[in-house]
Design a protein around this ligand. Sequence first.
Ligand SMILES: [Zn+2]
Length: 314
Amino acid sequence: MVAVGECRLDIQLRPVSGVAVPLRRGEVLRIVQEEGQQPVSLNCFNLHDHKEHLSVGHMRREGFRTKEGRILWSNTPRYSPLAAILHMSQSCVADLLVPRCSAPMLEWLYGLVDHPNCQDILAECIGEYGLTPDDVHDPINLWLEVGVNHHGYIIRGATGHAGDHVDLLALTDILTVAAMCGLAHLLGAARSSYKPIRVQVFRHTIETEQLAKRYIQEYTGLKNQRTPQHYRNRSILAERTLRQVEGYQPTFYRVVGREIDVTFSPDEYLAIQRLRGQMGKTTAEVARVLFMRWYIKHRKALGLRYDPSEERSV
Ligand SMILES: [Zn+2]
C-alpha cells in the first residue's frame, strides 16, 4: 500500500453530475462509491496539451477490462503513460468496450429527449477548462460489467459496494474527469436509481513521486513515443473547414522487397510443398508465411502487460 499525502479536495457528486480535476504528477485521484452500483465514466487529458488524451482503444490491447496495476495510455503517436491504477476494489469491473452514452443515442433507442448522459456531463465538466463537447473521448467505464456476445458488447449491469474505490496515480500533469453515467439506471444499474459518488485528491508524497518516476522510466523511452516536436505539422487548425494544403506531398514508409536464396533440406522442402494451396501458391509464398509465423512466435515481446491467465477470459 502506497502512502498518499494530505487530502486537498473532497467533494460529493450529487446525481447526476461530474467534475474535472487537475492533478500534478505524484498526486492521487480517488473515486469512491458512497452507496454502490453507480457507474462512473472517466476521461483524462494531458494538462499541458489537450491533444493528448486517454485512449481506451489502446488500453484494450491489454484486455477488454482494466484493473489494478495497469496504465492509462494516451493516444498514438504519443502512446505515453498518463496515470497508473494504484488501487481498484475487487468488485469494480472496469470496462473498456462501451462507448459513452449520449443524447442522440438515448433519443434514438428510448425516445428520451432530455435525459442525463455521459457525453453531456463530461462536456459540461471539461468546459471549465475551455474544451468543447467535441473534445470528450470514449471513457473508462468504472463499475460497469460488460460482456461480449454474437452481436457485440452487452451491458450486464452495475457493480460495486459502498466504500469501493479506485485510486489513480498521476504520472504526468493531467486533467481527470469523472462523470456519473446518466444511462445506467435505465439498465437496472444502481438499483434503477442514481447513487452519489465521492471524489478526492491526495497530495503527492516522496513515495508517490518515486513510484510515478519508476512507472515513467519503465514505460517511456521508445523512439516512437512521439510528441508534437516530432510532427511534420505541429499546428492546430483554428478554423473548422478543411482545405487542401497547396503543394503538400505525403511521405510514406519506403518498403523495399529483396530476394534472398534459402536452402531447405529435402524434408523441409516436402513439408512446404504440402502447404502449397493453404498458405500460399508458390514455394516462396509458403516459406514467407512460415517465417513470419516463426518470427511472431519467437521474436515478439510478451507485451506491456502480458498476463497469460487472461487469454481465455472475457
Ligand atoms: Zn453513460
